[in-house]
Write a protein that binds this ligand. Structure first.
Ligand code: C5P
Length: 232
């Protein structure tokens, strides 16, 4: 498992996505396909990006009864993605079922990562809407622990939580962290951010970077800057 920069391809069409990816003539970045692009274009977008030689994190955040998640994961596994995810809130049993579904007949499978509490959930909404009254940091660590018990490879978390996740679940447990911004860049709607260099220092394994690359004047240069700060 190597450290890498994953570009969030948050586009609403294949056309825009390919116009963006065409700019990368050298190194093929690891890309994240989220709900917007997947629901717009369907599984063909995954196959086409894969064919172009990119690694893919398919970010569909599954959360359903264990049997449905198991069968859906089997479908995603056949798409030959490199990483996919689900909500840890679906319980340990659901996560175990997901691993079963994802595992191919030859024993290989894409990496499976859990979403703990979304970063859009805060202490107040967790207590009021979900009736979860523990401190949110404890809830995040408990979900991470559950993901590890279920056999998952890691979690999506804020870069600020990555160090604690490694302390709780071990350094081999992968942290995938969005909320990354350049020191001199726009924060946008992200609240708690870190630079690629800070994310590296705190021990993130993968950073997920969207607008600082996709909206940059020179996306390839912005990507290279991320790689230089985070990986090299
Ligand atoms: O453009 P930006 O760098 O903010 O994009 C971050 C990406 O990471 C988006 O695709 C967003 O949906 C995703 N993400 C996030 N926070 C989470 C989980 C996922 O920003 N907690």
């Amino acid at each position: 498992m190597g450290k890498d920069v994953i570009i969030a391809c948050d586009f609403d069409s294949a056309e825009k996505t390919f116009a963006f990816l065409d700019k990368f003539t050298g190194r093929k970045p690891f890309v994240k396909i989220g709900m917007e692009l997947y629901y717009a274009e369907g599984p063909s977008i995954v196959r086409e990006i894969k064919k172009r030689g990119h690694k893919i994190f398919l970010d569909l955040k599954l959360h359903d009864i264990p049997n449905t998640v198991k069968k859906s994961m089997a479908v995603l596994s056949r798409l030959d993605v490199d990483m996919t995810n689900l909500h840890a809130a679906g319980t340990v049993r659901m996560m175990e079922a997901a691993i079963e579904g994802l595992t191919r007949p030859d024993g290989t499978r894409p990496m499976l990562i859990a979403v703990t509490q979304l970063t859009s959930t805060d202490q107040e909404s967790m207590e009021k809407d979900l009736l979860i009254e523990k401190p949110i940091a404890d809830v995040v660590m408990h979900y991470a622990h559950n993901a590890k018990v279920a056999g998952l490879d890691g979690v999506v978390c804020s870069p600020l939580e990555a160090g604690k996740v490694h302390e709780t679940c071990g350094n081999g447990f992968v942290t995938v962290t969005p909320g990354v911004r350049f020191a001199d860049g726009d924060i946008g709607d992200q609240k708690r951010v870190m630079t690629p260099a800070e994310a590296k220092k705190i021990g993130s394994d993968y950073i997920v970077v969207g607008r600082p690359i996709t909206a940059a004047e020179d996306p390839v240069a912005a990507y290279e800057r991320c790689v230089n700060e985070f990986v090299d």
